[in-house]
Design a protein around this ligand. Structure first.
Ligand code: CP3
Length: 341
């Protein structure tokens, strides 16, 4: 296939010769060649060295016939622009430290985003130059709420107690921080688009912790404005908001080109609620566990639930589990290519 490629067509709900497929966390620890590189370089060094980050981005593209490469970076690189330290601690998730109290967090001039994260632009540029024209390069950032939750919790959380306390007790500060992060996120995505990203995905991994009404009041307006500004740069936007099946209509109301949904909702229902293009939604545990017949059956089920219409990007409902055998990914990609029943 030549031209803009299947992912861009699907983002525009245009017909495709076959459903495009890529996987969140398609680069990473389930790949032996990634683990090999990680023996010599820590995670941040991989991210900050464009030659290495481009290499890691392209590793899954060499193994599998995927339709998009997602630039190798992390949503928390942005918080270092605020002066925070981010430590990637094996087993316990990323830890964020070194920030003042919420009321005392101030935002730098946006030039600082471009200066501090210029290496991500260099990676995007290299990947775009090395990849076939019909394969999309996906840039990404964390959404303001999800990044703010890392700032306030200091790491992964189950109840988001600090984040919700700020929202409940000092809404003006909560809103000021969301707005400031949205500005930084816009600058970060602008940098990636200028470097050649064809599509961007905004990861709101933790937003499903919010009540529907709080999503609508606090988060949706900020995300909607961010998405609108990024779309004005000339690229489609995918909004990933897992665990929001209960308010998917409000999620779609932020008007991304594509809503990325998890496995807690059928694609038929997701399509009905969003009214537009969707990405998803296989449970990553199916890909991890197999066996082959179950992967094939579940891929067909997902394709069948969507039906024979444009506007689907096949993906998982969340990232590839690091215990996933490489062979399983081959089976998944083949099954997507084979299509529905
Ligand atoms: O292949 C890709 O999808 C591109 C690269 C990518 C990474 N992180 C690389 C990474 C992307 C898109 C992300 C996004 C990201 N980072 C999210 C949103 C998606 C999601 O998972 O909900 C979040 C919440 C983060 C924060 C973060 N960074 C987490 C939760 C982790 C994993 C911690 C762990 O130990 O498992 C990281 C580290 C990280 N980011 C790794 C990778 C490959 C593992 C680093 C290593 O090699 O040790």
């Amino acid at each position: 296939m030549s031209g803009p490629g299947r992912v861009l067509l699907a983002c525009a709900s245009q017909p495709v010769d076959r459903v495009p497929v890529w996987l969140m966390r398609q680069a990473g620890r389930y790949l032996p060649e990634y683990r090999q590189l990680r023996q010599h370089h820590d995670f941040l060094t991989l991210c900050e060295t464009p030659d290495l980050a481009a290499e890691v981005t392209l590793q899954p593209m060499r193994r599998f016939d995927l339709d998009a490469a997602i630039v190798f970076a992390d949503i928390l690189l942005l918080v270092r622009v605020l002066g925070a330290d981010v430590a990637y601690v094996e087993g316990s998730g990323p830890q964020v430290s070194g920030l003042p109290a919420a009321q005392d967090i101030h935002f730098p001039h946006l030039d600082r985003v471009h200066e501090t994260l210029a290496f991500v632009g260099a990676t995007v540029h290299q990947v775009r130059a090395q990849l076939a024209a019909d394969k999309a390069v996906i840039g990404f950032a964390g959404a303001p709420f999800t990044v703010l939750s890392y700032l306030l919790e200091g790491g992964p959380s189950t109840d988001f107690a600090h984040t919700k306390a700020l929202m409940n007790q000092d809404a003006p500060t909560f809103c000021r921080l969301l707005a400031g992060l949205a500005e930084m996120t816009y600058a970060y995505l602008d940098l990636q688009v200028a470097a050649g990203a064809d599509v961007v995905q905004v990861f709101d991994s933790w937003v499903g912790a919010l009540a529907a009404s709080d999503f609508k009041t606090f988060v949706a307006p900020v995300v909607k404005d961010l998405i609108q500004r990024v779309r004005a740069l000339g690229v489609p936007v995918i909004y990933f908001a897992p665990q929001t099946a209960g308010y998917l209509r409000e999620v779609a109301g932020t008007q991304p080109d594509v809503v990325s949904v998890d496995w807690r909702i059928s694609l038929a229902e997701a399509r009905r609620l969003t009214g537009g293009a969707c990405q998803g939604n296989l449970d990553p545990a199916v890909l991890r566990d197999g066996p082959r017949a179950r992967i094939e059956r579940e891929v067909r089920r997902v394709l069948d639930e969507w039906g024979d219409r444009p506007g689907l990007i096949f993906n998982l409902g969340h990232g590839v589990d690091r215990r996933t055998p490489v062979q399983h990914v081959h089976w998944l990609v083949e099954a997507v290519h084979a299509g529905p029943r």
